[in-house]
Write a protein that binds this ligand. Structure first.
Ligand SMILES: N#Cc1ccc(Nc2nc(N)cc(-n3ccc(CO)n3)n2)cc1
Length: 287
């Protein structure tokens, strides 16, 4: 199910921040392959000790990512346990989480954003074909491996990160805080976590990418977030009608009305960047 890595083969470098329940560090892993010593740059994701009852879910997430391989899915080398410490050892992705990259004010073109959306859709299509639910699609879990350079026609390259601790293990407050990424039906029961939920989250993630990493419903408290679903509200629409339609189609409150991945990919490919890009060089910030 997954490779176990000896703790003494790992070396910690700088801290790179924290996710929910986890801390991440740059690190190195030494291993001997065909008689040679290799030292690989890795990302060390440590599960906070206080959530040790979630470690099986943390490792389930690691084994999910280790069992499948796809160019837009993060490579997980394995896990290491050392006393209270549970560590997931991942490939180090050069530019880190996409939400922070976009928030740092990097101006990226519309076609750059569309490339990211298409790559995420192809990763989701791969998971859908294997009937695997990710459960935590969001810009924070999209990692940027290549910045791309539109002047040289080099596209960005993203990798979808591990889903982390499964929604079923999370408390109500954490679920509410994941509005609008978590599909409405999951709030009713985590048994409702299906492939369609990833389509909903895909819509919210595309919204983030086209709003320069701004969090949708930023500043909403949990009560306001709950009301957002109870009153069937929608995210502020993009000026680009075809994009807004795709996002709203993915974020349909009726799970079985959401489009298949193939349909999403077809719609993304039909979005013509030329006219939109000329007309709206920068997407106005959503109110
Ligand atoms: N400054 C900076 C900087 C930070 C991180 C990386 N690299 C990286 N590699 C991974 N495999 C995973 C992650 N993550 C970041 C958030 C999460 C939460 O899921 N993961 N970051 C590169 C540069």
């Amino acid at each position: 199910q997954f490779h176990t890595i000896k703790y003494e083969d790992l070396k910690w470098d700088e801290s790179l921040g924290q996710g929910s329940f986890t801390r991440i560090y740059k690190g190195y892993r030494t291993d001997i392959r065909d008689g040679e010593k290799h030292c690989t740059e890795v990302l060390l994701k440590e599960l906070d000790a206080c959530h040790k009852n979630c470690w099986e879910s943390f490792f389930e997430s690691a084994s999910l990512m280790s069992q499948i391989s796809h160019k837009h899915l993060l490579l997980v080398y394995g896990v290491s346990v050392h006393g209270e410490k549970n560590i997931m050892v991942q490939e180090f992705v050069k530019y880190g989480a996409l939400d922070l990259y976009l928030k740092r004010g990097k101006t990226v073109s519309v076609s750059w954003k569309l490339d990211v959306a298409k790559q995420l859709a192809s990763a989701l299509n791969f998971l859908e074909e294997k009937n695997i639910v990710h459960g935590n699609i969001c810009a924070k879990n999209l990692l940027l491996a290549r910045e791309g350079d539109s002047s040289q026609g080099i596209s960005p390259f993203i990798k979808l990160s591990d889903p982390g601790i499964s929604l079923a293990m999370l408390g109500k407050h954490v679920l509410l805080d994941r509005i609008p990424w978590v599909a409405p039906e999951v709030l009713i029961s985590s048994e409702n976590l299906t492939l369609e939920c990833d389509k909903w989250s895909f819509g919210a993630t595309v919204w983030e990418v086209f709003n320069n990493g701004n969090s949708p419903l930023k500043g909403y408290n949990l009560k306001e977030k709950r009301r957002f679903y109870e009153t069937f509200q929608r995210l502020p629409p993009s000026q680009w009608a075809e994009l807004a339609d795709l996002i709203n189609h993915c974020m349909d409150y009726q799970a079985d009305f959401r489009p298949s991945c193939r349909c999403i990919i077809r719609q993304l490919n039909s979005l013509i960047t030329s006219d939109y890009e000329i007309l709206h060089s920068t997407e106005p910030v959503a109110q």
